[in-house]
Design a protein around this ligand. Sequence first.
Ligand code: PLP
Length: 436
Amino acid sequence: MFLNVSSFVALPRNHCNQAFISAEERNYVKRLLVTSSSETDDAIQINPLVANVKISKTVEVFSLVKEMEAAGDKVTSLCVGEPDFPPPQAVLDAIVRAVQDGKTRYTGVTGTVELRRAISADLEKRKGVFYPPENIVVGNGAKQCVYQGVLATCGPGDEVIIPAPYWPSYPEMVALAGATPVIVNTRKEDGYLLTAEALRGALTDKTRLLIFCNPSNPTGGVHSKERLDELSSVLQDFQKVVILADEIYERLVYEGTCEAVASLPEMYNRTMTVNGFSKSHAMTGMRLGYLAAPTKLSKACTTIQSQLTSCAGSISQAAGVAALTEVSEEEMIGNVDIMREKRDFVLSELNKMPNVSLECKPSGAFYVLPDVSAYYDGDDARLCIDLLKEKKLALVPGSSFGSPGTIRISYATSMEELEVAMNKLKEFLEAQITNE
Ligand code: PLP
């Protein structure tokens, strides 16, 4: 076990595509990278919890992308974590209806009854797990829900287990709560899945929370039902540990199924299930997610949310109802099929590239995390920066995800863009070998 807080700052990190970046945001990034020493600044004390959150390598790449785009370069970006297709028509129609019907006011803290009922029914129908609507807290995106779940359960002196590779926000959210992230490395030979053995080795009397992302961002790995059972039996010896199951990619599974952690009878009472609409329904900008949990936990999250943000946007919530009740299963499956094709294309291209290893086929989400440690002596950040400068291809260094020597590719973009990107990557890597 080692404690390893990666550097990251809460930024519009997934928004690498130009359309979403204003000049103001660009300047914001630049300002973050510059240390000011004016007298006024010296007098201001920043909360050490915040001051210790550092800027990630992702931001380095991100700010470089923006500078290049500002200079007129056309950058191919596979760093964005959002589907390239628009939300379903039924969702767009619901937004218009909500505006026309004047649904523009605060809702209850935990969300509208209509949306919480729809979520409850959806979870029961698709995942076989029942949460009454009162136990569902709708928030402004799954990200906020994760943070509220962390704040509700952890504080100074507590340890939080985070399997690596991880979504970079997890360790930073834990650090912001004053708790200690305990990073548990998984092995690429195991498909980066958490094993019962590794989990047991990391659990201590201080462990309060396990953050479990399934399917995983950034690996695309999906833990099987058997593996969940194994992890659950280890946790039986540690009854105080709560599980935050981030299942935001659960609808994007290409082989097998993704069982909800809370559907295991012995886990339900201590699992906070987080999910949302950003990835499944391409509703990233609507900022809509939720946390469902037993009463004590959902109440604590409600308390936090009531002081932080009051409620999620009323129009987004109306859109969420439509997403769950009006979008056909065929449409959802159609999107998964398209994503599977893209995944297969990227995998087959990566297989043709020299010294790139990808031992396990990712079976969920829309990411691939190939090992490129044969290049640049494993310095993935340097590799990404040179790739960006030389080929104008933006990827995220794996070290941002606690996985040095890898690169994260998001294939949630058009096939044309993927073809260009794969060619660029291949040419770049081949040139490294020629230059040796
Ligand atoms: N959890 C994981 C693993 C993610 O990758 C993301 C977004 O990238 C989120 C949560 C947050 O999603 P949302 O847009 O609902 O805040």
